[in-house]
Design a protein around this ligand. Sequence first.
Ligand SMILES: Cc1cc2nc3c(=O)[nH]c(=O)nc-3n(C[C@H](O)[C@H](O)[C@H](O)COP(=O)(O)O)c2cc1C
Length: 208
Amino acid sequence: MRVPKGIIRVVDLFEVIRRRRSVRAFAPEAVEAEKVAQVLAAANAAPSAGNLQGYEIFRVTREKERAALARAARDQFFVAQAPVVLVFCANQARSAAKYRERGARLYAIQDATIACAFAMLAATALGLGTVWVGAFDDAAVQRVLGCPDLLPVAILPVGYPAEEADPMLTTRSGSQVMAVHPSPGLWPSTFTASGTRSPFKPVRTICR
Ligand SMILES: Cc1cc2nc3c(=O)[nH]c(=O)nc-3n(C[C@H](O)[C@H](O)[C@H](O)COP(=O)(O)O)c2cc1C
């Protein structure tokens, strides 16, 4: 694969995934425009249903709007501290035009979500900190952005970390992965998290 010099830093994806942790304190220094562009390019590279990109990304840099977003996010003031705040909004109408109710209810939100996840990983690869902020008042965010027709999905403050994230502070329990080859009766005592019986064999995967 040819990699254009100076634009893309090649880092190990698994190292980036392992290193990413939520950052909730940001240094005041600006984020270089080129890095913001790389983060947005990564978001743009994410898959989307029907390749419709059923989302819009707002790049908010003015202090006034960052502060308003922090207030909309239930006074999570670190949002305003980050020099760049990206807001990922689902464009449900765009997805619904092709996929109707499923597009509006599911695909547009998934499109926005995966775009945000790509942006987070790109930011980490560039030495930037982020945190996914999902606790906010939808209407207040829509007012700040002037987009009553879009559904805000995630607020992503982006900046240089002013704190060292400790991966050990947010260790994971293993994910419960169900092997999909149904053998009813073989595992009679298998229950899903909701307590219902499952014909699938659970495979415990510990990823640390
Ligand atoms: C859907 C979603 C909503 C979240 N909302 C918030 C939030 O409003 N405020 C916040 O500080 N962190 C929020 N987080 C970040 C989680 O708290 C964090 O990812 C989790 O504790 C794991 O820590 P890590 O990101 O450092 O691995 C959210 C994460 C997700 C995926």
